[in-house]
Design a binder for this molecule. Structure first.
Ligand code: FAD
Ligand code: NAD
Length: 462
């Protein structure tokens, strides 16, 4: 077996690993990256990007269907059809452009990519059986773990056959007549809404009493309204018990112990993801863990010297932008820079209809000494003029000095407001700062400004 040496060895080419490798390459650190599947990881291949592309297809199809029914803005069209195979090809084209771009950027920055599954030997060496080449041992000065996460399976509904994870749910063709989604979190609602818009009968089974239980109820109310309008049937406070005897239905138990069967060609289990820590001899390093995740400090160092970890393997929040930011930190620290991962806030967006975005603290999290205000999109000219008047922007600030602590919003296109929310918190803005900035008219951003003004008791347009 040949042995090669590098300064930084990254295991995993997802957003955490590829960003760390590119940044390390930019800084002149000799870097190798081992990827067992496809560059881009979960996010680019089977997560963020294809799901958002599918959500776009579904939204366009629904819009066209809406016009066929006679729309308030006067557009009439005949009932649309969808060529699902073409839609999936387009989606894969988007994925291909981005993953191809990642490969080029790694190459441009001098990162050597090894395509193969890595198995840890010790904290400084890893064995790989490359897909095209001889088995090799890579030794390194720094080992970076960026192996991501995997879908959690339910013991009574193991993946296989009609029981699918988000990966298969992105590529359904033909579309099922009846899709039952288990879990009304990010994946369940993003994909459940998309398939409903594409004409599938969708039921959602959720263990808690609410959809998106990670968000407060006021924020999820407009999403509830859309689910009702679209005809997504919710089974809240219910548990999935297993497939029915003949396999074409899901047995569901409600809180009062009634059991019933929902017809299901496919059952999408979306009850969370867990760090990918097994199957590559990681346990041999005996790293300190935080539950199922690898425990890291503010510089993403694990408990073993020069072994680092970033992204989903380090636990919640399992979001691509967090993984990327951690990747940059590790590359810079290894290159000798002073840096740490200590964001004031990490934005979270749920790409439901309408979208939900949260940055920083909610009123409940911030405690008693706060001011909070909400500004509805029903009073925003832009929202009204693009038929998106549901939802609102909400701000949370300290009562004494008006320092902004958090923003929440729900509405059409609010994911893009996340940047403004983050800037204000990272830059230590006060309500007066945001309220005093001229925002272009007519834009959704004016609702952000008005929300800050309302918290100061002087909103103009409400
Ligand atoms: P990953 O992207 O999972 O990459 C890890 C890589 O490591 C994989 O390519 C894997 O093949 C490789 N690997 C693992 N073990 C080995 C080994 N032993 N040897 C070699 N290679 C190995 N996040 C958002 O921020 N926004 C979204 O809109 C969003 N949507 C999502 C939608 C879905 C359906 C899913 C499933 C997830 C979504 N996420 C979203 C979460 C996001 O995908 C993850 O947070 C992100 O991919 C984590 O990046 P990572 O680099 O830690 O791991
Ligand atoms: P999630 O944690 O968002 O939601 C899981 C849901 O399943 C929760 O509502 C939970 O109460 C419910 N649940 C748990 N066990 C259950 C059971 N036995 N029966 C019924 N319901 C049950 O998890 P997810 O939707 O699988 O997504 C996983 C992760 O992927 C997210 O936490 C997020 O980090 C990431 N993700 C992010 C985005 C985004 O940023 N837009 C999109 C998709 C996924």
């Amino acid at each position: 077996m040949k042995t090669v040496h590098t300064t930084l060895l990254v295991i995993g080419g997802g957003p955490g690993g590829y960003v760390a490798a590119i940044r390390a390459g930019q800084l002149g650190v000799p870097t190798m990256l081992v990827e067992g599947d496809r560059l881009g990881g979960t996010c680019l291949n089977i997560g963020c990007i294809p799901s958002k592309a599918l959500i776009h297809v579904a939204a366009e199809f629904e819009k066209a269907s809406h016009f066929a029914g006679g729309s308030p803005i006067g557009i009439r069209a005949s009932a649309p059809t969808i060529d699902l195979a073409q839609a999936h090809r387009w989606k894969q084209g988007v994925v291909g452009k981005l993953t191809g771009g990642v490969g080029m950027l790694l190459k441009k920055n001098g990162v050597q990519v090894v395509k193969g599954f890595a198995r840890i030997v010790d904290g400084k060496s890893v064995d790989v059986e490359p897909r095209d080449g001889e088995p090799m041992r890579i030794t390194c000065d720094h080992l970076l773990l960026a192996t991501g996460s995997e879908a959690v399976a339910l013991p009574n509904l193991p993946f296989g056959g009609s029981v699918i994870s988000s990966t298969e749910a992105l590529d359904l063709d033909p579309k099922p007549a009846h899709l039952v989604v288990v879990g009304a979190g990010y994946i369940g609602l993003e994909l459940g809404i998309a398939w409903r818009k594409l004409g599938v009968d969708v039921h959602v089974v959720e263990a808690t009493e609410r959809i998106l239980p990670a968000y407060d109820e006021e924020l999820t109310r407009p999403v509830m309204a859309t689910l009702k309008k679209l005809g997504v049937v919710l089974h809240l406070a219910c548990t999935a018990e297993g497939l029915s005897a003949n396999g074409d239905g899901l047995r569901v138990r409600s809180r009062n112990a009634d059991e019933y069967v929902l017809p299901a060609d496919k059952v999408l289990v979306a009850v969370g993801r867990r760090p990918r820590t097994a199957g590559f001899n990681l346990e041999s390093l005996q790293l300190d863990m935080a539950g199922r995740a690898v425990k890291v400090d503010e510089q993403c160092r694990t408990s073993m010297r020069n072994v680092w970890a970033i992204g989903d393997i380090t636990g919640e929040p399992m979001l691509a932008h967090r993984a990327m930011a951690q990747g940059e930190v590790v590359a810079e620290v290894i290159a000798g820079h002073r840096h740490r991962f200590a964001p004031a806030a990490i934005p979270a967006v749920c790409f439901t209809d309408p979208e939900v975005v949260t940055v920083g603290q909610t009123a409940a999290e911030a405690g008693p000494d706060i001011v909070t205000a909400m500004f509805p999109f029903a009073a925003n000219g832009r929202a009204l003029s693009v038929e998106g008047s549901e939802g609102f922007v909400r701000v949370v600030a300290r009562k004494d000095n008006h320092l902004i602590l958090g923003w929440q919003a729900v509405g059409q296109g609010v994911s893009e407001l996340g940047a403004a929310f983050c800037y204000s918190i990272e830059m230590g803005a006060r309500l007066e700062d945001v309220g005093g900035i001229i925002h272009a008219h007519p834009t959704l951003g004016e609702a952000v400004q008005e929300c800050a003004l309302r918290a100061l008791g002087r909103a103009v347009h409400i």
